[in-house]
Design a protein around this ligand. Structure first.
Ligand code: SF4
Length: 446
């Protein structure tokens, strides 16, 4: 059971030295109790206290990393039920299913589609994260050969190896040492053998049971054999059952500190109807799955799921921002137009994208507005004539340009006169209100 703030406080040094970044030991204890701080932040805590506090400060969902190399997937570590309470930590992984009975061409096409799935949105690279390889053939040799072949084609891609046959699991894992896949398929009847195989190959064990009670018992039984890293599957397959079970799991681990379900959840969204599959996968992303298995990769589906995932896993308390500086877009020479905007990521990527589309080389001055968009920053006093003038002067851009002309967003046209007053010798030009009008606008400037 988790300790209360006062119980934690009793175990801290009580010197109020502030080294943890909190004004008092009590304040730090309260943050620990709310799982909003890590015990490591206090350098003076005793070994005895560390041992006692270990459970209280450990995240309710075990942190687990799937894969090795450059494309690992981090899972677990979640501490809240709702993202407005703090944030969701590790974005759920999307995996695509292939079967060992699929033809070589179809497996290659799936691997190629997976490689091609990456896209950039608001400065982040998004893609399908893993391959789920299902044993259907009943032939360990065929299964292990399929696993080896896929691993060779996509050496950096995390794998989920799905079989209930310990012999097939053993044969497959022998072929891909050091890749730290998930071995999915431990159940009530094969748990001991699968746990031994998982321990031997140091992989994550995927545990399936027909309901939550059975799952909780099974993870405890497997943990007793020495397997620490698991992903869990309550057997839920319909949207309603997934929502119910995932919510129970999240609540039980966070609110009741039930360790036997404190593991990342794997969910299965595959459907013949791809629209329905996208809807079920969306539910899994929004409601607590750490891995969602899909039947196929289509660009439209990926884009919808990536966008949802990115929104759900963005920290709501921290606006997405880009660095304050003057960005060159294209080969911007001394006479290239100079525009200014704020450093809200979405604003930056939309504006810079439209400037790129215009094919007119230009400079974009991006001013720190604490991540607020143009109108909000102006209303909040963070995008004012004085601040704009100060930024432009301190940037040193004057030395690089032949024409002292600054294009401001149409929404803040009201600032044009005041900026000219504060930037003597400069001309302020009012640009369009909407970014999509920039290409036409820039072409008229040439
Ligand atoms: S660093 Fe440790 S001793 Fe110092 S105030 Fe924080 S909790 Fe207390």
């Amino acid at each position: 059971m988790a300790l209360s703030g006062v119980e934690i406080f009793k175990l801290l040094p009580k010197t109020n030295c502030k080294k943890c970044g909190h004004p008092t030991c009590l304040a730090f204890a309260m943050k620990l109790a709310q799982r909003q701080a890590s015990l490591d932040a206090c350098p003076d805590v005793s070994e005895e206290a560390k041992r006692k506090l270990g459970e209280a400060s450990a995240p309710p969902f075990r942190p687990i990393t799937m894969g090795a190399g450059n494309s690992v997937v981090n899972m677990g570590e979640e501490t809240v039920l709702f993202r407005h309470e703090k944030k969701f930590v590790n974005p759920c992984a999307l995996a695509v299913e292939v079967k060992d009975t699929d033809s070589e061409e179809s497996i290659k096409a799936a691997v190629d589609a997976l490689r091609d799935s990456e896209l950039e949105r608001v400065g982040q690279k998004l893609r399908i994260d893993a391959i789920f390889i299902k044993e259907v053939s009943g032939d360990p040799a065929k299964f292990s050969q399929t696993v080896l072949s896929i691993s060779a084609q996509a050496p950096d891609m995390p794998l989920i190896i799905s079989t209930t046959n310990p012999a097939a699991a053993e044969a497959a894992l022998e072929k891909i040492p050091g890749t730290r896949p998930v071995l999915y398929g431990a159940n009530e009847s094969n748990a001991e053998a699968m746990a031994e195989t998982a321990k031997k190959h140091k992989v994550i064990l995927g545990v399936y049971a027909a309901n939550l009670d059975a799952l909780s018992e099974l993870t405890e039984k497997i943990k007793a054999t020495g397997v620490e890293d698991m992903v869990i599957d309550s057997g839920a397959r319909t949207a309603g059952d997934i929502l119910r079970d995932n919510t129970f799991i999240r609540r039980a681990a966070i609110k009741k500190s039930v360790k036997s379900v404190g593991y990342p959840v794997i969910s299965f969204a595959q459907r013949d109807d791809h629209m329905l599959e996208a809807l079920v996968a969306s539910l899994c992303i929004a409601k607590y799955s750490s891995i969602v298995v899909l039947s196929s990769i289509e660009k439209w589906k990926s884009l919808a799921l990536f966008t949802l995932r990115q929104n759900i896993y963005t920290d709501p308390q921290v606006p997405m921002q880009v660095e304050q500086k003057i960005y060159s877009i294209g080969e911007a020479g001394a006479d290239a137009p100079l525009m200014i905007t704020t450093n809200f990521s979405l604003t930056f990527f939309i504006v810079s994208g439209e400037v790129e589309n215009s094919k007119v080389p230009a400079r974009l001055a991006v001013m720190d507005s604490e991540g607020l968009s143009v109108l909000t920053a102006w209303a909040a006093g963070k995008f004012t004539a004085s601040k704009i003038a100060q930024f432009i002067q301190e940037s040193g851009i004057e030395k690089e340009i032949s024409k002292k002309e600054l294009i401001i967003p149409g929404y803040v046209s009201i600032l044009s006169g005041a900026i000219e007053e504060k930037l003597p010798g400069w001309k302020v030009v009012v640009g369009p209100r909407e970014a999509n009008a920039l290409p036409a606008f820039l072409k008229t400037m040439n």
